[in-house]
Design a protein around this ligand. Structure first.
Ligand code: GDP
Length: 295
C-alpha cells in the first residue's frame, strides 16, 4: 500500500553515505520524499511544505550532514517534529461544570452520533459519570432513533422532544432536566449536513451561545483527507471549538488529517474513533500518530 517512509529515508541516506559526503542538496532531495509521503498520508499541501521547511532547518541545525547515522537522525527529527506539532502530551477533556455539557459538532456522516454514545460510555465507566444524551437533530427522525438505540446499548437515557423543531430550546430544556434529575454529564448531539451551510452554522452557533458548553468538540472523518482541513477551519471560525475528534482511524488512512487540522486551526485533537463499536474510542496520542503517518 504505502511505502514505509522511515525505511526509505534510512535507505537513501545510506546510499548517499556510500558516495562520500552528504550535502545540503542531498538533504533537500530527501525531504522531497518526506513531503511526498505526507501528501500520500493526506496531509494538506501547504502544511506539508511548511513542515519540510521546518525539518530542513532542524536537520541542518543538528548537523545531519556529519552524523554517523544520518538516516536515523533524520527519521528522529521528522518523527519528533510531527509529534510536537500534533500536540505533545495527550489533551484532556474539560469535565468542569455540573452538569458538564459537551456539544458535538461536525458534518453528517462524520461519526458524531456514534461518538456521542462512545463518550457517554467511556465517561460513565471511567469517571463514574451519570450521562444524559440529547437528540438535537430535529430534521432527521432516523438520527433520533439511532441515538435512542445507542442509548439503550449503553444504558444511558436519551432526551428528546417530539414535535419540537427548535434545537436551542431542546438543549436548554435537556440541561434543566439533567439538573433536576441529577445527571452530571450532558452530551448534545446536533444536526449535521453533507456540506457546511449557513443555516447549520447559525443553528449550532446559537446552541453554543445558549448552553455555554464546557467542551465543544468538532468531529471529523479522517478518511476525508484534504477536505477535513477546510471543514475544520469553517467550524472553528464559527464555533471556536475546544477540541477535535478524529474518527474512522480503523480505515486505511495514514491519518495526515491530524497534522493538517492541528496546524491550520491550532486546536488539540482529543479523541480518536477506531471502529463502529461503542468501545472503539481512544485518547489521541501524538507520538503514535507520528508513527502512523511515517508508516
Ligand atoms: P453522524 O451523521 O455524524 O452522526 O455519523 P454517525 O455516527 O451516524 O456515523 C456514520 C457512519 O460511520 C455509521 O455507519 C457509523 O457506524 C460509522 N462510524 C462512526 N465512527 C466510526 C469509526 O470510528 N470507524 C468506523 N469504521 N466507522 C465509524
Amino acid at each position: 500500500m504505502f511505502e514505509n517512509l522511515s525505511e526509505r529515508l534510512e535507505r537513501s541516506f545510506k546510499l548517499l553515505k556510500g558516495q562520500g559526503k552528504i550535502t545540503e542538496i542531498n538533504v533537500a532531495e530527501t525531504l522531497k520524499d518526506v513531503r511526498r509521503a505526507l501528501l500520500d498520508a493526506d496531509v494538506n499541501y501547504k502544511v506539508a511544505k511548511q513542515f519540510t521547511d521546518t525539518v530542513k532547518a532542524k536537520a541542518l541545525g543538528q548537523n545531519v550532514l556529519n552524523a554517523i547515522q544520518p538516516g536515523q537522525l533524520m527519521v528522529k527529527i521528522v518523527h519528533d517534529e510531527l509529534a510536537t506539532l500534533m500536540g505533545g502530551d495527550t489533551a484532556q477533556v474539560n469535565l468542569s461544570g455540573n452538569p458538564t455539557v459537551i456539544l458535538m459538532s461536525g458534518l453528517q456522516g462524520s461519526g458524531k452520533t456514534t461518538m456521542s454514545g462512545k463518550l457517554a460510555k467511556k465517561l460513565k465507566s471511567e469517571k463514574s459519570r451519570r450521562p444524559l444524551l440529547v437528540a438535537g437533530d430535529v430534521y432527521r427522525p432516523a438520527a433520533i432513533e439511532q441515538l435512542k438505540v445507542l442509548g439503550q446499548q449503553i444504558d444511558v437515557p436519551v432526551y428528546t422532544e417530539e414535535g419540537n423543531k427548535n434545537p436551542v430550546e431542546i438543549a436548554e430544556n435537556a440541561i434543566r432536566y439533567a439538573k433536576t434529575n441529577h445527571y452530571d454529564l450532558v452530551i448534545v448531539d446536533t444536526a449535521g449536513r453533507l456540506a457546511v451551510d449557513e443555516q447549520m452554522m447559525q443553528e449550532i452557533a446559537a446552541i453554543k451561545k445558549a448552553v455555554k458548553p464546557n467542551e465543544t468538540l468538532f468531529v471529523v472523518d479522517s478518511m476525508t483527507g484534504q477536505d477535513a482541513v477546510n471543514t475544520a477551519r469553517e467550524f472553528n471560525e464559527r464555533l471556536d471549538f475546544d477540541g477535535v475528534v478524529l474518527t474512522k482511524l480503523d480505515g486505511d488512512t495514514r491519518g495526515g488529517a491530524a497534522l493538517s487540522i492541528r496546524t491550520v486551526v491550532d486546536k488539540p485533537i482529543k479523541f480518536v474513533g477506531t471502529g463502529e463499536k461503542l468501545d472503539a474510542l481512544d485518547y489521541f496520542h501524538p507520538a503514535r500518530m507520528a508513527d502512523r503517518i511515517l508508516g
